[in-house]
Design a protein around this ligand. Structure first.
Ligand SMILES: *Cc1c(COP(=O)(O)O)cnc(C)c1O
Length: 418
């Protein structure tokens, strides 16, 4: 468990402590969550939150920036090294804001963008109608094929048809390898920019367990809090000097004011950790775990979207498999001390607040030390519980086993001690 935080404001102290305990007692399978190290937490909770420094290192609109300049420069250098790119902007507050800044830097209002449909695993900020990306831009979509895979010939056809200015690859819920080279060929053919949003797969990319978009994408964006195991936030990267300048201007003053230096420092600390050999081992284990976890569901006869996963996540069509909606599964599993999220599946007929699917990921529990054996146990328990959704006696037994497992794998692991 993370160290207890004691505050004069006992109301907030108590809620933080309850959340701390919840994190400890639940098996965390939300694919986009992870546990940061105590070091990352310390940097994020530091005095840097006091500092204003609009602009970039050496070019600030405020005085007293000599130390935060050093911090931001180190964060940039580490990001460049991790992802093998020439330019990195480490200021974006979140992935969605980073994407908004990228759109601002590359596009004019109402330009055509082409991204994967939300139900197939795309992100809200890739053109969904209620996001900036669908409100201010002319958003069009491509879909997955019958097997739940990207169909590059179809995507090319779609691109020739809609003539986008920007093509987006990289997703929130896609379990197969992305062919960035093929995407760049399609983008070149229609004279579009290519954005690789690697928010979910930046960890495997750093570990060279997934191909890198660096040689192929015009712009790369990643959140820093998913498989990268850092603080909440995002970074934007490119190898093109002209684009780098446009991106810097779009982040500030385009979309943001003063950068969050405590978060930039925490990003830098997580990049330091990601440069260590243990991080590669973690990513390897992450994928081994994910495949074992996924294969267990397949063996049980569950309908897994896209087949056996090639990364840290996968989703299950729970309507076909268990006759339940995603929402029902999320609620049932919550009572068993398992946290997941409901997720739309390709061509879902249920609303996004109900869904026919659930998404599962191994990033967080791998950080706590889970290996294949533990994931196989969890898969069996989830499958058992969802096959008998009303058997509360069975559920009670399962919940006890889950709590026992969480206590055997406390959050404080070696990697988070100094
Ligand atoms: C998580 C995610 C984002 C957005 O991240 P936030 O920090 O939640 O705004 C953007 N793109 C993809 C593909 C993601 O998975």
């Amino acid at each position: 468990m993370y160290k207890k935080i004691s505050l004069r404001d006992t109301e907030i102290e108590e809620l933080i402590e309850l959340e701390n305990q919840r994190q400890e007692d639940y098996v965390e399978l939300i694919a986009s969550e992870n546990y940061v190290s105590e070091d990352v937490l310390k940097a994020a909770g530091s005095c840097l939150t006091n500092k204003y420094g609009e602009g970039y290192p050496g070019k600030r609109y405020y005085g007293g920036c000599e130390y935060v300049d050093g911090i931001e420069t180190i964060a940039q250098e580490r990001a460049k090294k991790l992802f093998d790119v020439k330019y990195a902007n480490v200021q974006p507050y979140s992935g969605s804001v980073a994407n908004a800044a990228i759109f601002l830097s590359l596009l004019k209002p109402n330009d055509v963008v082409l991204g994967l449909d939300l139900s197939c695993g795309g992100h809200l900020s890739h053109g969904y109608k209620i996001s900036f990306s669908g409100i201010f831009y002319n958003a069009t979509t491509y879909f997955l094929d019958q097997n739940g895979h990207l169909d590059y010939d179809e995507i090319e056809k779609r691109a020739l048809e809609v003539k986008p200015k920007l093509i987006i690859c990289g997703y929130s819920n896609y379990s197969q390898i992305i062919d960035f080279e093929r995407f760049s060929q399609i983008a070149k053919k229609v004279n579009a920019y290519l954005l690789a949003d690697i928010s979910h797969i930046s960890g495997p990319i750093i570990a060279k367990l997934h191909p890198s978009p660096s040689p192929y994408a015009d712009v790369i964006m990643t959140t820093t809090h998913k498989t990268l195991r850092g603080t909440r936030g995002a970074i934007i990267m490119t190898n093109n000097e002209e684009l780098a300048k446009k991106i810097d201007r779009a982040v500030f003053p385009g979309y943001q004011g003063g950068p969050l230096f405590h978060q930039i420092a925490a990003k830098a600390v997580s990049f330091y950790e990601a440069l260590q050999p243990e991080f590669i081992e973690y990513q390897k284990q992450l994928l081994v775990n994910s495949k074992a976890f996924c294969q267990t569901f397949i063996n049980k006869g569950a309908k897994v979207i896209s087949g056996l996963t090639q990364n840290h996540l996968f989703s299950i069509d729970v309507k076909t498999t268990y006759g339940l909606t995603g929402k029902q599964c999320e609620d049932i599993l919550h009572t068993l001390n398992i946290t997941i999220n409901k997720n739309s599946i390709p061509f879902d007929t249920e609303k996004p607040t109900t869904t026919s699917g659930i998404r599962l990921g191994t990033a967080a529990m791998t950080s706590r030390g889970f290996k294949e054996d533990e994931f196989i146990i969890i898969a069996n328990l989830i499958d058992k519980a969802l096959r008998e959704p009303e058997n509360l006696i069975l559920h009670n037994v399962i919940r006890k086993e889950i709590v026992k497992l969480t206590h055997m794998f406390p959050i404080v692991r070696k990697y988070i001690e100094k």
